[in-house]
Design a protein around this ligand. Structure first.
Ligand code: SAH
Length: 243
């Protein structure tokens, strides 16, 4: 269950058998159990909270984070530039907390994600269960040593040396499939694109940084929010044109 305050703050309630406590006061478990989505519950201090059924994005925003996860703005670009959808098979590396893998799993057929660290793989598996996804496989393997899956539609790379996974990605992809590399620094972009350009059958399509600037909208006080998101990473897109 999700409770939304009038100021837009959201609270996720995993267990409605327990009373809910917040800065807005508490709601008894009996009240929570009776509440239906779209209705309101009142706290003991008279604050009204709106009841919602949590959707994918509500749960996604609450996944456990071990290493930093990729921002939503960058995931958006990966989806739109490659056109992946319900029939696509995606290989992802490294898994980290599973941020990218989990989001893509919600829209594609299958995601297989590679992670060398057992502790991060376990965090990602916990997140897969939390989101109730049935189409994600976390493999405790070094992606630089190869990718088992063949005829895949997309390989996403978010790790320190993405160029080392280019040959494996090339072999894994079907003709027409895409590689997307996400890296915070320009030397990584340079080495990745150099590797793509020196690989017959692969073509570098584009490299971009996605800017998102949220605005504050309060009557006529409309201006960019002062705490803007800084740099996240560069996205480099490549396509397999031949074996
Ligand atoms: N995209 C993820 C974050 C990835 S962080 C998300 O959105 O949540 C990078 C991860 O790559 C780390 O967990 C690291 O352990 C893993 N990694 C580094 N080298 C790797 C390799 N050769 N094979 C598989 N995983 C690797």
């Amino acid at each position: 269950m999700l409770l939304v305050s009038l100021t837009g703050k959201t609270f996720y309630i995993k267990n409605t058998n327990q009373d809910f406590h917040s800065q807005y006061g508490y709601v008894k478990a009996d009240e929570l159990k009776k509440a239906r989505p779209g209705t309101k519950v009142s706290t003991n201090t008279g604050h009204e909270l709106i009841v919602l059924e949590p959707g994918f994005i509500d749960l996604y925003r609450r996944i456990r984070r071990a290493p930093q996860i990729i921002p939503l703005k960058d995931i958006g670009s990966i989806i739109t530039q490659t056109g992946i959808g319900k029939d696509s098979v995606v290989v992802d590396a490294g898994t980290g907390s599973g941020g990218l893998a989990l989001f893509l799993a919600n829209i594609v057929k299958k995601v297989i994600t590679y992670e060398i660290r057992d502790d991060f793989a376990s965090v990602a598996e916990e997140n897969v269960r939390f989101l109730n996804l049935k189409n994600v496989t976390v493999k405790r393997k070094d992606v630089y040593n190869g990718i088992d899956e063949k005829q895949t539609d997309l390989v996403t790379l978010d790790l320190a040396e993405p160029w080392k996974a280019v040959d494996a990605a090339h072999k894994s992809l079907k003709v027409g499939g895409f590689i997307v590399s996400y890296s915070p620094t320009t030397p990584q972009v340079s080495d990745f694109v150099e590797k793509v350009n020196s690989t017959e059958g692969l073509q570098h399509l584009s490299t971009a940084e996605i800017f998102e600037r949220e605005w504050e909208v309060d009557k006529r006080k409309i201006r960019p929010r002062s705490q803007a998101i800084g740099h996240s990473g560069f996205l480099s897109f490549a396509r397999k044109l031949a074996e």
